[in-house]
Design a protein around this ligand. Structure first.
Ligand code: HEC
Length: 199
């Protein structure tokens, strides 16, 4: 598996064209990706961008209008809805996962654990670094894309170290197995992932 693992980093500030990767942190040992792989890679990026934007907007509105209780509902109900909607529209499997999940339903699959660990290794202290992974499909193995999710200021309300008593109460009742607290600004909170059906 490690041989076809590729994690790439894109500097956020310089707004580099999506096709230009500034650093290849793990060597791609396969052949040059074909045209089809490039378009899947781009599709993965677009889906994840869409997911991230929809979620951010819904979260922000819910936090402003209804506070953490309403926003928890967004994370619990709206996030999976957006994921299934995007999955259906694109004929792929769209997920959100983490090495420390709040909801066991989001538990990382073995390939996601490997990618998340590679993201952690690559992340260093540089919160500006955007990390992604793409692997082309092969006989019997699906094409996969993953993008690291950073912990922003808004996320700390429910994933930070100093979560308010009210939020803790809500989380404790809904998520008895919650491991997704104690994050700091810029930490990798998890990843979005896209998996294509095997040809
Ligand atoms: C209002 C509270 C709240 C805020 C704010 C919040 N989250 Fe969450 N987050 C949750 C809840 C609740 C879940 C569990 C959702 C579920 O049941 O699938 C969750 C789940 C997740 C997951 C899926 C993996 C897991 O742990 O189960 C990720 C990734 C995630 N959040 C990232 C973020 C990021 C990044 C932000 C900031 C942009 C953020 N969250 C802001 C409450 C919150």
């Amino acid at each position: 598996m490690a041989s076809d693992m590729m994690v790439t980093a894109i500097r956020r500030r310089r707004k580099i064209h999506a096709g230009l990767l500034t650093a290849t942190l793990m060597l791609w040992l396969g052949t040059t990706p074909a045209q089809a792989d490039d378009s899947q890679h781009e599709q993965g990026r677009a889906i994840v961008r869409d997911f991230g934007m929809q979620l951010q907007t819904a979260l922000k509105v819910a936090l402003e209008e209804g506070g953490p209780a309403a926003a928890i509902r967004v994370c619990k109900e709206i996030a999976p809805q957006i994921a299934s909607e995007l999955s259906r529209q694109n004929g792929v499997k769209v997920q959100r996962t983490s090495l420390r999940v709040r909801n066991p339903a989001n538990l990382a699959e073995p390939w996601q654990v490997e990618v998340l660990n590679a993201f952690e290794d690559a992340a260093d202290d540089d919160a500006e670094l955007e990390l992604e992974h793409f692997e082309a499909g092969d006989a019997g193995q699906p094409a996969r894309y993953a993008k690291a999710i950073r912990t922003g200021a808004m996320c700390l309300v429910c994933h930070g170290a100093a979560v308010s008593v009210d939020v803790v109460k809500l989380l404790d009742s809904e998520y008895p197995f919650d491991r997704a607290r104690g994050y700091e600004l810029g930490d990798i909170r998890g990843a979005f992932s896209v998996t294509w059906p095997v040809n």
